[in-house]
Design a protein around this ligand. Sequence first.
Ligand code: ASC
Length: 159
Amino acid sequence: MKQAGTLAACVLLTIAAIAGTPTASAQMDPERAERAAETRQALLRVMVWNFGPLAAMARDRIEFDAERVAINAGRLAALSKMLSDAFAADTRGHDLTTEALDVIWERPDAFAEKIRANMEASEALVAAAATGDEGAMTRAIGELGSTCGSCHDDFRVDD
Ligand code: ASC
């Protein structure tokens, strides 16, 4: 009986190891997970705050302001570099208010590639802003926005 119990425990542990299913308790305490989620949401909120006006300019919804593009582009390039650290905490298995999908931590290379594209596109916008060419800035804003959307397609809960 004791042996059967030990065998059952071994089988379960092996299944858990193969499945690689993270358990909340094995990861981090719930408060840390909640803070991690809040931090990445805050980062993305500040990114949206900086990108929003640029998207509105590119869509001709507000007046184009090259100086504002240059300022916000610089901020976005800095913020983009924080994404990988902000998502480093694997919060799978925690009960959180989040749109982050588990696939972020299941396919870290694919996620890192999305971040790399965002960093590159924000640097390209900084470069476009330095030229003072409105057309170049508008195109670079569109390309930066599409890196946001491309990541959301695969790694964020559908709206
Ligand atoms: C934004 C915003 C996003 C991106 C995305 C572009 O302004 O909040 O998530 O642009 O919509 O595809």
